[in-house]
Design a protein around this ligand. Structure first.
Ligand SMILES: C[S@@+](CC[C@H](N)C(=O)[O-])C[C@H]1O[C@@H](n2cnc3c(N)ncnc32)[C@H](O)[C@@H]1O
Length: 281
C-alpha cells in the first residue's frame, strides 16, 4: 500500500460517499457485471451452479454487495477503509430479506493482506466472479499494487471464473485530460449537513499513468457550522496491452474491454470509463 493511499476514504468522506453517488444505479451495474460473467464464464453453456459466489474487492459502502444479494449471490468482500466498511456492514444487515442463501462475509483489510494470508476468505469456497467495481483498480498505483490485486483476485477464483475491473481508459485520459469540477449534492434530513459540496482538482502525472485527485469536501451543518476535509486520491489509468500482460502474469486471460455499461462494442479512444473482463486460467 502506498503512502498516497493512507488518508483516503476517511470518516467524513465515508459519511458523504453515498450522497455523492446517490444517482448511481447499483442494481443496473450489477446486472451488467453478471451479464458479462454469464457471457464469459467458461460454464456458460451449462446450467448455472446452484450457488453463485462473488468476491467484491473494495466493496466501499456495500451498495453493490446488496445488489448481488438481491440477485441471489453469496458475497465475500475485502475493503481497507474501516469507515466505509462500517457503513457497508450496517447496509447488509437486512440480507435475510434478499434471496442470497448465506450472510455476506465483509472483511476489513488490504488486498495485500489477502495475498499474505492475514485476511482469509474462508466461508464459502472458491468464487465464480471477482469484481473491482468503480475504479478500485485505479487505486493500485504501482505495478506491485496492481499485481497484488490481480493475484488476490486469481487466488479467489475457480478455474474459468471471471474477473471484472473498470477504470479510466488511458488513450482517452492522455488525449482529453480531466478538469477541475465543483459539485453540490442533494441532501435529505437524515444527512449530517444542510448542504454538501465537493471540489475535485485533477493533475495528470504522465510518468506514472496516474491522475492525482485532490478532493475537498465542505459540509454546511444545520447549526451553520462548517465541516471540511481534504483527501489526496489518485486514479491510475490503464491501457489494454498493459492489463493483458499483467493479467497473464497472474493467471488471468484478458478477454475483452468494453465501454462501461455497453457490451455492444469494444472500447476506443473517447470512452472515458471502460471495463475489462478476464478469465481465470
Ligand atoms: C471508488 S471506491 C468504490 C467502492 C465500491 N466498489 C463502490 O462502487 O461504491 C474504491 C474502494 O476501493 C477500496 N480499495 C482500493 N484499493 C484497495 C486495496 N488495495 N485493498 C482494499 N480496498 C481497496 C477503497 O478503500 C474504496 O472503498
Amino acid at each position: 500500500m502506498t503512502d498516497q493511499n493512507s488518508q483516503v476514504f476517511g470518516e467524513m468522506y465515508a459519511r458523504a460517499y453515498d450522497l455523492c453517488y446517490r444517482t448511481t444505479n447499483y442494481d443496473a451495474e450489477v446486472d451488467w457485471v453478471v451479464q458479462l460473467y454469464k457471457t464469459h464464464g467458461v460454464d456458460r453453456a451449462r446450467p448455472l451452479p446452484p450457488l453463485h459466489h462473488v468476491f467484491d474487492m473494495g466493496y466501499g459502502t456495500g451498495s453493490h454487495a446488496v445488489s448481488f444479494m438481491k440477485k441471489g449471490w453469496v458475497v465475500s468482500g475485502v475493503e481497507r477503509s474501516a469507515p466505509m466498511a462500517a457503513i457497508a456492514r450496517e447496509r447488509v444487515k437486512s440480507w435475510r430479506k434478499t434471496p442470497s442463501p448465506l450472510p455476506p462475509e465483509l472483511l476489513v483489510g488490504d488486498f495485500q493482506d489477502v495475498v499474505d494470508g492475514r485476511v482469509v476468505l474462508d466461508g464459502y469456497g472458491e468464487c465464480d466472479l471477482a469484481a473491482m467495481i468503480f475504479i478500485v483498480i485505479g487505486y493500485q498505483f504501482t505495478n506491485e499494487d496492481l499485481m497484488t490485486a490481480l493475484t488476490a483476485a486469481r487466488n479467489s477464483l475457480r478455474l474459468g471464473g471471471v474477473l471484472y475491473v473498470d477504470y479510466w481508459y488511458g488513450p482517452t485520459v492522455v488525449t482529453s485530460p480531466p478538469r477541475a469540477e465543483l459539485h453540490e449534492y442533494k441532501v435529505d434530513e437524515t444527512a449530517s449537513w444542510e448542504k454538501l459540496y465537493r471540489l475535485v482538482s485533477p493533475r495528470v502525472d504522465y510518468d506514472r499513468n496516474l491522475v492525482n485527485l485532490t478532493y475537498k469536501l465542505v459540509g454546511i451543518k444545520r447549526d451553520g457550522g462548517v465541516e471540511e476535509t481534504i483527501e489526496h486520491h489518485g486514479a491510475r489509468y490503464f491501457f489494454e496491452p498493459e492489463l493483458r500482460l499483467a493479467g497473464s502474469c497472474a493467471g488471468l486471460r484478458l478477454i475483452t474491454t468494453h465501454p462501461f455499461m455497453d457490451s455492444s462494442r469494444r472500447a476506443t479512444v473517447g470512452d472515458w470509463k471502460v471495463a475489462s473482463v478476464f478469465s481465470a486460467v
